[in-house]
Design a protein around this ligand. Structure first.
Ligand code: DGL
Length: 360
């Protein structure tokens, strides 16, 4: 009798011991954040002819499942699923791609079972897609853009570790509410201020004067700063019902510049022009009549700078009040274009648009 009771007791204890780890593992699995990887192409998905090919490779070749399969460690930091949204080199990104991507992101983040999103992307226009999403994503959940400077076939390719870090960041509670983030080279940058600063090196993404937000180290995200400008759920922009964005183009300032390009954009019906001027957004004398004519036709003119850093002072190098122009604050020309496009979906009032450039 005692023997039988001991056997039964042992069986119960053994079952409990087996059940607890399984339930813990199951709990751990259910506790793991669900991160969706949206793949769009770029070098991170690129392939080269040899392992030493780091230029002259082909971008946008490896599919999202291939990217995930190449980094089995992803399963240690999140439950990952993947979607191939596009497969392009990012210099070919368009407004239509952005609208499709933003709508997919917002649909996924509205789902309770999605905790964060990673977007794999070419580095050429990565900063632009990041800033666009920073202004139109309607969730506090993490959205992290990631790319690579070496193709997947290269020695010491940076894509796999960048993808691992990006998924880890998207699964991190610390990343909630920080706005859209860019994560390469073990660094965390904010969408508003980051820019690609080098044609080829792996430290290319920098927030120049305004600085990075934090680091990824030892499989953990460390934040030291946060953006002071409004983003995501705090913006006034909504693209859910848009199928196109207003036409806005950029003209570049330089010695001997002529208004030929400007006049062509205006003739094509542009609603806005970003003037990436020399220095503090200076306007060459030969450009002013054409800029005034463009404004008179209703185009919004934003003065930006080709320098890449610093505040674009209102009424500094030009009388913006008199010209009825807008200044870009610290946004570079390509990001000023994005904000002006979205601003034009709401208003054509220059005072209101100037407020937006001082808000986002
Ligand atoms: N064609 C460039 C792009 O897709 C390659 C650069 C990269 O992804 O690093 O942005």
């Amino acid at each position: 009798m005692i023997q039988r009771s001991l056997t039964q007791l042992f069986a119960v204890l053994l079952g409990f011991m087996l059940f607890v780890p399984a339930s813990q593992a199951q709990t751990a699995q259910t506790k793991q954040a669900h991160v969706v990887i949206l793949a769009t192409g770029g070098t991170i998905a690129g392939t080269g002819a040899t392992s030493t090919t780091t230029v002259g490779y082909t971008a946008a070749k490896v599919g999202v499942e291939g990217l995930i399969k190449a980094v089995p460690e992803l399963s240690k930091v999140a439950r990952v699923t993947g979607e191939q949204v596009f497969q392009i080199a990012s210099e070919s990104m368009t407004n239509e791609h952005w609208l499709t991507l933003a709508k997919r992101v917002n649909t996924l983040l509205a789902q309770a079972d999605v905790d964060g999103i990673v977007i794999t992307h070419g580095t050429d226009t990565l900063e632009e897609t990041a800033y666009f999403l920073n202004l139109v994503v309607k969730s506090r959940k993490p959205v992290v853009l990631v790319g690579a400077m070496r193709p997947s076939t290269a020695i010491s390719a940076d894509g796999p570790i960048n993808l691992y870090n990006a998924v880890l960041l998207a699964a991190s509670p610390e990343a909630v509410g920080k706005g859209v983030l860019v994560c390469l080279n073990d660094q965390i940058n904010g969408a508003r201020d980051v820019t690609k600063t080098n044609t080829a090196t792996m430290d290319t993404f920098k927030s120049t004067d305004l600085g990075l937000l934090g680091y990824i180290q030892g499989s953990k995200a460390y934040f030291y700063r946060a953006s002071t400008r409004k983003h995501t759920v705090d913006t006034e922009f909504d693209v859910s019902n848009l199928s196109a964005l207003p036409a806005v183009d950029i003209v570049y300032g330089y010695a001997n510049v002529t208004p030929v390009a400007l006049n062509a954009f205006v003739a094509a019906g542009d609603k806005g022009i970003i003037h990436a001027g020399t220095g503090d957004g200076s306007l060459a004398a030969q450009m002013v009549p054409a800029l005034k004519a463009a404004r008179a036709k209703g185009a919004i003119i934003v003065r930006a700078s080709r320098t890449g850093t610093g505040i674009l002072a209102r009424n500094g190098e030009a009388n913006d009040d008199e010209l009825d122009f807008v200044v870009a604050d610290t946004l570079n020309a390509q990001k000023a274009r994005i904000l002006l496009m979205l601003a034009l979906t709401k208003t054509s009032n220059t005072k209101d648009i100037q407020r937006m450039f001082w808000t986002y």
